[in-house]
Design a protein around this ligand. Structure first.
Ligand code: FMN
Length: 289
């Protein structure tokens, strides 16, 4: 807890807000994390591939379909959030509706084949994410709540038969709620790039009336262009920030960047998270970047 506090305090001292991401991984889990019980999801459809567990990598299993009653049980988490809000450390929360985790599993029809009020039509598939959003905004106030989506994202074996219809409907529904921001991960470069003609960020920009954050494969030039063209209000940098603790300075000075090392992503402890050098440290060591 002390290190968590230290990070939040340091961000606040630097004059920046900090948003805590709220998420549930749904089927992207394993019985090893649940005392042998199955993970839960909208429908019993397994993700492809392997998951890291405390006992090594194992194949994903077909999850247990959530009963609607468990949705109500989980609303007690809003009471926990109420207590969280009273803590001075956090400034807001971001609901994780992206990257193939639980709420994304509900909206996309590759993972949601329910026949109750939480599956089928787009309105039904958006029901749980919007209920969660309404519960969270009741606690925090909409101006301290963001929401993250990943249209056309393939992470964690995601798919949808009509991403354009789905994500424009979701953006409109979230817009009505007056959130602090919508955070759209739709990758523009690299191996995960979404082909330009399929991208939905531009349409989402027109539909969502609050602030729009974009993410996915941006660098200084493409990020500057996204803000300059009005596509986004801000750009979120993931791996570049991970590898460059002083990224704003490096951008300002157009200095060389450290290369992110994917071998250290997700796994392990500090390595790859707190040990990339700042520009000043690299220069002191006599290196380039
Ligand atoms: C090590 C690592 C951890 C991540 N953790 C999260 C996370 O907790 N929540 C989330 O929404 N995205 C997470 N992401 C995805 C990033 O937020 C971002 O979407 C992704 O890196 C693409 O942006 P980029 O091209 O700027 O790196 C993570 C990515 C990496 C590499």
């Amino acid at each position: 807890v002390r290190s968590w506090r230290a990070v939040v305090d340091a961000v606040h001292r630097a004059g920046a807000p900090i948003f805590l991401q709220l998420w549930h991984v749904g089927r992207v889990s394993h019985p090893d994390f649940h005392d042998g019980e199955l993970p839960v999801a909208p429908s019993p459809i397994a993700a492809q591939g392997l998951i890291r567990t405390p006992h090594g990598r194992k194949p994903f299993v077909a999850p247990r379909a959530l009963e609607p009653a468990s949705f109500r049980a989980s609303s007690s988490s809003s009471a926990r959030a109420r207590r969280t809000r009273s803590k001075p450390a956090s400034t807001g929360v971001e609901i994780h509706g992206a990257n193939g985790y639980l709420l994304d599993q509900f909206v996309e029809d590759g993972t949601n084949q329910r026949t109750d009020g939480y599956g089928g039509s787009i309105a039904n598939r958006m029901r749980l994410p919007l209920e969660v959003t309404d519960a969270v905004t009741q606690v925090w106030g909409p101006d301290r709540v963001g929401y993250r989506i990943s249209p056309n994202g393939k992470a964690n074996s995601m798919s949808d038969s009509n991403p354009a219809a789905l994500f424009t409907a979701l953006a409109s529904a979230l817009s009505e709620r007056g959130l602090a921001y919508l955070h759209v991960r739709e990758t523009i470069s690299g191996p995960l790039a979404v082909p330009e003609e399929q991208r939905l960020t531009g349409r989402i920009r027109e539909l969502f009336r609050g602030r729009l954050l974009v993410n996915g494969g941006y660098d200084l030039d493409s990020g500057t262009a996204a803000v300059g063209s009005g596509l986004a209000d801000a750009v979120v940098y993931g791996t570049l920030f991970l590898a460059n603790p002083d990224l704003p300075r490096r951008f300002r000075e157009r200095a060389p960047l450290n290369e992110p090392d994917p071998a250290t992503f997700y796994d392990g402890e500090e390595k790859g998270y707190v040990d990339y050098p700042t520009l000043a440290e690299s220069l002191a060591r006599g290196g380039g970047s």
